[in-house]
Design a protein around this ligand. Structure first.
Ligand SMILES: C[S@@+](CC[C@H](N)C(=O)[O-])C[C@H]1O[C@@H](n2cnc3c(N)ncnc32)[C@H](O)[C@@H]1O
Length: 391
C-alpha cells in the first residue's frame, strides 16, 4: 500500500493552533455573523429602504444598500481574511514537510499499487480564467508549479480546504458531495450500472473516490488542468486503495473517445469557469456519454431558485473571493444550458439532493423520492443539475 500523503502533513503545536483558530474564525463568520447580518437586514436595512420608498427589487439593490453598513463590512472583511488565512495557515507546514510530501507523491505514481495512473500533459495550454488570478484566494490555485514534480499547490488546496471546512487537520478527507451524489445516482437511476465514470475538475479527486464505494466495479477517471493537484490526488487515492486514472485535460475539449462514459460528474466546478466554457463543457459531456448515460453536476443554486437576499449572500464571492464568474454562472438556467448541449428536455433535472452522511439512509431516501423536503444547499442539501442521454 502507498504511504499516506495526508499523514505527511505534520503541523507543529503552534501551526496546529493557528489552523484551528482559522477554522473557527471562518465558521464564526459563515454561521454566527451570517445570522447577525440577516437580522440586521430584516430589522434595520430593509425597513429603512421601505420607509424611503426604495424597496429592493433585486439582489443587486440589497447588495448596494449593504455596502456601507458597518455590520456588513465587519462580516465581509472577517470572511475575506478568514478565507485567505485558510491557505496561509497551512503553507509553513507544507514548506517544512515538502520533501516528504513530494517523495510520497512520486512513489505513489511510480508504484501505483492500487492500479491508478497519472497522465500529465506539460504542453497543455492552461485556460487564462484559471491562471490570471488566485481563484478563491488560494495562492497558485491548483496549477502553479515552482519546481519539478511540484505538489505544493495541490497540498495547499487540499489541506487549506480542510481548514476551510473546519475538519481537524488530522481527520481523513472524504468527499461528502461525492458520497451524496453517488447515492442519489444509484437511487434515482437504478438501471444505470456505471462502468466508466468521469469527474471533471476533479482537483485531488476527493469527491470522486466515494464513487468507488458505491460502484466498486466502475473504472474511475478524474481530469483537471492543475498538475500539482493531480499528483496529490493520485497519492491520496492510492493510499486508500482506490484505483483512479488521473489525467491533465481541459474539460472543454478532452482526449477521450466519443461515448466513453456512462456517468459524468463534477462538483464545485462550473461556477469557476466563464459561461462560454460551461457551454463547451456540457457539450463535451454530451459527446462523451454513451447512450443512456447520466451527467450530474453539483453546483450553486441558480438565481431563480432562491430569494433575492440569498442571491446577495451567494454572489458575495464574485467581488470578494476571486470568483469572477460566480454571478454570471448563477444567472443561467441550468435546464436551458443542458438543452443547448443536446440533452432532451424531458431528461433534464435541477434539484436539491440530501447530504448522505448527515441525513442517514431513511431521510435521504425520503428526500430523493420527494416524500419530504430536502434541506437547502449547504445546510444539509446540495443543489445538482444534469440530464440523461437518450438511449
Ligand atoms: C473548486 S475546484 C473543484 C474541486 C473538486 N471537484 C472537489 O469537489 O473537491 C475546481 C477545479 O476545476 C479545475 N478546473 C478549472 N478549469 C478547468 C478546466 N477547463 N478543465 C478541467 N479542470 C478545470 C481547477 O483546477 C480546480 O481543481
Amino acid at each position: 500500500m502507498s504511504a499516506d500523503i495526508e499523514a505527511q502533513f505534520k503541523p507543529t503545536h503552534d501551526e496546529h493552533a493557528r489552523q484551528r483558530f482559522v477554522s473557527m474564525l471562518r465558521k464564526h463568520a459563515i454561521l454566527d455573523m451570517t445570522q447577525k447580518l440577516k437580522a440586521r437586514y430584516d430589522e434595520s436595512i430593509e425597513p429603512q429602504l421601505q420607509a424611503e420608498g426604495r424597496s429592493p427589487k433585486s439582489w443587486r439593490d440589497i447588495s448596494k444598500a449593504m455596502q456601507d453598513d458597518p455590520v456588513y463590512r465587519f462580516y465581509s472583511s472577517t470572511r475575506y481574511n478568514a478565507q485567505e488565512m485558510c491557505f496561509m495557515s497551512v503553507q509553513p507546514t507544507i514548506e517544512r514537510n515538502f520533501s516528504d510530501l513530494k517523495k510520497t507523491a512520486s512513489q505513489a505514481a511510480a508504484e501505483a499499487t492500487a492500479g491508478g495512473s497519472l497522465t500529465l500533459d506539460p504542453g497543455l495550454e492552461l485556460p487564462s480564467y484559471v491562471t490570471r488570478l488566485d481563484i478563491h484566494l488560494a495562492p497558485g490555485y491548483t496549477h502553479r508549479e515552482y519546481t519539478e514534480d511540484d505538489i505544493a499547490s495541490g497540498a495547499v488546496v487540499a489541506f487549506g480546504g480542510k481548514v476551510f471546512t473546519g475538519q481537524h487537520p488530522y481527520r481523513r478527507s472524504y468527499g461528502a458531495v461525492g458520497e451524496s451524489v453517488s447515492y442519489f445516482v444509484d437511487k434515482q437511476f437504478p438501471d444505470l450500472k456505471p462502468k466508466h465514470i468521469l469527474d471533471m475538475g476533479t482537483c485531488s479527486g476527493k469527491n470522486l473516490v466515494p464513487f468507488h464505494d458505491r460502484f466498486p466495479d466502475a473504472e474511475l477517471h478524474g481530469i483537471d488542468v492543475g498538475a500539482p493537484a493531480l499528483r496529490f490526488g493520485l497519492a491520496y487515492a492510492e493510499h486508500l486503495g482506490v484505483p483512479v486514472h488521473f489525467s491533465q485535460q481541459n474539460a472543454e475539449q478532452t482526449r477521450f473517445e466519443d461515448e466513453s462514459f456512462d456517468l459524468i460528474t463534477s462538483s464545485f466546478f462550473l461556477h469557476e469557469v466563464p459561461v462560454v466554457a460551461t457551454r463547451r463543457i456540457l457539450a463535451e459531456c454530451y459527446r462523451l456519454l454513451a447512450p443512456g448515460g447520466v451527467m450530474v453536476h453539483m453546483e450553486l443554486p441558480n438565481e431563480n431558485a432562491v430569494s433575492d437576499y440569498e442571491n446577495f449572500f451567494w454572489n458575495w464571492d464574485t467581488r470578494n473571493n476571486n470568483e469572477p464568474f460566480y454571478t454570471q454562472f448563477r444567472s443561467q438556467d441550468p435546464a436551458a444550458l443542458c438543452s443547448e448541449a443536446g440533452f432532451s428536455k424531458d431528461s433534464i433535472f435541477a434539484r436539491l439532493i440530501p447530504d448522505y452522511a448527515s441525513s442517514g439512509v431513511e431521510v435521504a431516501d425520503a428526500c430523493i423520492a420527494g416524500d419530504r423536503p430536502t434541506p437547502p444547499h449547504g445546510k444539509g442539501g446540495w443543489f445538482v443539475f444534469g440530464a440523461r442521454k437518450e438511449r
